[in-house]
Ligand binder design. Structure first.
Ligand SMILES: [Fe+2]
Length: 300
């Protein structure tokens, strides 16, 4: 079915003004719309669509959206979710540039919105160097979202909705000695993960929201930019053991964790079953030997 990548996420933020200033002045996003108390921001110089919506009050993810190829595809997903007994809601003009959408809730609690984006380019053009036009960190795109779960059965149920309802595949699973899920990485298309799941404290909805940066040089400039503005990394830069993408993580003034991610790999071949790794036997966090920080089990 015609599922696209993550197109936007709405985060609840504490200290709204500081969160907005961080996203604009330090991360380099632009305000493209205001909607009540919420502000819509974009990192794409050519795209009027927001990739981030920040709303005051609390922390965590309020909802996140995946693009679909057409309204016909939206109807097909609606029917498929109904077969799985997942309640959905059709919405009209819920957001700018979003005349129709379909919302539902995952078993882990997060709201997912499917949005037709028939004209969306199938790839990001690499030949036009916009790095000099960017502000602050200057992220290139919204990359992926990693949601929080605290209950093994709910995580499995969420993965079931993603795979059976939306056609996701699980790329990797990370489990403990009792085969309980510690983390899962799922993909809508050919990149290693679009939606991740990580076990966190009860009540958390978000582990991190990830933004694309170009390469390790961009990671270095980003860390310098962040540090000079008083925002220190939680961990990184490094290369993940699972997936192999380059990472840096930080807690933002809004009370949520962001990741900067580069070199997200493409899946080779048609294999559909996940690779299962056991804690203690494999360092899923780092391919270079860094240990996962204690703070990493905390979500927002
Ligand atoms: Fe990530």
């Amino acid at each position: 079915m015609g599922l696209q990548k993550l197109i936007w996420a709405e985060l609840a933020v504490e200290d709204f003004e500081q969160a907005l200033e961080f996203n604009v002045e330090v991360l380099g996003l632009s305000v493209v719309a205001k909607d009540g108390e919420s502000v819509h921001l974009s990192c794409d110089l050519d795209d009027p669509h927001a990739q981030l919506v920040v709303s005051p009050g609390g922390t965590g993810v309020r909802s996140f959206a995946l693009g679909v190829d057409s309204e016909d595809e939206l109807a097909r997903f609606e029917a498929r979710l109904a077969e799985l007994d997942v309640a959905t809601e059709r919405r009209s003009d819920a957001r700018p540039h979003q005349p129709v959408s379909l919302a539902f809730r995952l078993p882990t609690g997060q709201e997912v919105v499917l949005v037709p984006r028939p004209g969306r380019p199938l790839y990001r053009h690499q030949g036009f160097d916009v790095s000099s036009m960017r502000r602050g960190v200057g992220v290139a795109d919204l990359d992926h979202i990693t949601i929080a779960f605290s209950d093994d059965a709910q995580a499995r149920a969420t993965a079931h909705v993603l795979t059976e309802g939306l056609g996701f595949r699980i790329s990797d699973l990370f489990v403990n000695a009792d085969d309980e899920w510690l983390a899962a990485w799922t993909r809508a298309g050919e990149v290693h993960h679009d939606v991740g799941l990580i076990r966190c404290q009860a009540g958390a909805s978000l582990h991190h929201l990830a933004w694309t940066v170009d390469n390790m040089e961009h990671h270095k400039r980003a860390a310098d930019t962040l540090a000079s503005a008083g925002h220190l990394l939680e961990t990184g830069p490094g290369r993940h053991g699972v997936g192999g993408n380059l990472y840096s993580y930080l807690w933002t003034p809004g009370g949520n964790r962001y990741e900067l991610s580069a070199e997200m790999p493409r899946i080779l071949g048609e294999r559909t079953d996940p690779l299962v790794r056991k804690a203690g036997e494999f360092n899923s966090f780092s391919a270079w030997g860094a240990q996962r920080p204690e703070s990493f089990t905390r979500g927002s």
